[in-house]
Design a protein around this ligand. Structure first.
Ligand code: NAD
Length: 260
């Protein structure tokens, strides 16, 4: 995998899966940009990568805001000389049945997941064309890019939408050296997953233990959560794939929950 000396920007990299993606890409010798809503947390992650010999900078970025996205990508290009890989990972979750799902929450979920993926792709791709540099975009989808679950109308809609965006980017930009693919993890114990356990228990009238066992992990072959490493391990593979053969694909990492 040719990731050494690449410039790789990960959104939502101050926590969970995104943080692990950034650490993993740094281990391959890339300069990583920790882009997150929380600059303080992003700086902490960047500092700890630098402290262990890696190259990292922190950037404040709200992926739902075009100016903020463009400023973060421009700063990356100015300070590090370009951008080779975008990992569009920032996300959140809000659970409620459709009839009670507030329109504001619906728009928030779609904005972070879909507007964020679109705006960061748009800003990064322009720089990937310069000098025929090329590049790779990895979207953090979910098993919910392929499967539905109760209480998650906006999230499932957004995660399905990422498959469409990745395929269009691959069709439009593949011939110009920009590949796009999607990683689709099952449940990973991060703040995003932990928050929804009591919320689902309340909505479904179950204990938190039952939510974990009989809702979240029910369809897996072994009742196990994925780890941040499981999810992040697929990113260097997709990002660093050495030919344009692999694009517009999604890889599901779910302990057998979904096998599309
Ligand atoms: P997390 O809560 O640990 O991290 C999410 C990060 O995104 C946070 O650092 C947060 O500050 C950042 N963020 C939120 N809104 C943002 C915005 N507007 N602009 C910039 N940054 C923003 O969550 P995670 O579980 O690591 O989730 C990362 C991605 O993985 C998400 O896209 C999520 O949907 C996906 N995913 C998670 C799971 C899971 O079970 N945890 C499963 C499948 C997919």
């Amino acid at each position: 995998m040719c990731l050494q000396n690449n410039v790789e920007l990960v959104t939502g990299a101050a926590s969970g899966i995104g943080e692990q993606c950034a650490r993993m890409l740094s281990n391959f010798g890339a300069s990583v940009v920790i882009a997150d809503l929380s600059l303080e947390k992003a700086q902490r992650v960047a500092s700890s990568i630098v402290a262990t010999g890696g190259k990292a900078i922190a950037v404040s970025m709200d992926v739902t805001n075009e100016e903020s996205v463009n400023a973060g990508i421009d700063r990356t290009v100015k300070e590090l000389g370009g951008i080779d890989v975008l990992v569009s990972n920032a996300g959140t979750q809000i659970v409620a049945p459709v009839e009670a799902y507030s329109f504001a929450d619906w728009k928030k979920i779609l904005a972070i997941h879909l507007d964020g993926a679109f705006l960061t792709s748009k800003a990064a791709i322009r720089h990937m064309y310069v000098g025929k540099r090329g590049g790779s975009i990895v979207y953090m989808g979910s098993v919910h890019s392929h499967e539905a679950s109760r209480l998650k109308s906006a999230y499932v809609t957004a995660k399905h939408g990422l498959l469409g965006l990745a395929r269009v980017v691959a069709k439009e930009d593949g011939a110009r050296g920009v590949r796009a693919n999607v990683v689709c993890p099952g449940f990973v114990r991060t703040p995003l997953a932990d928050k929804q356990i009591p919320e689902q228990a309340k909505e479904l009238g179950l204990s938190e233990q039952d939510v974990v066992k009989n809702v979240m992990l029910k369809e897996t072959v072994d009742g196990e959560f994925r780890t941040v490493e499981d999810a992040a391990n697929t990113v260097p593979f997709l990002a660093g794939f050495e030919s344009s053969a692999l694009m517009g694909q999604s890889i599901i990492v779910s302990h057998g929950w979904a096998m599309n």
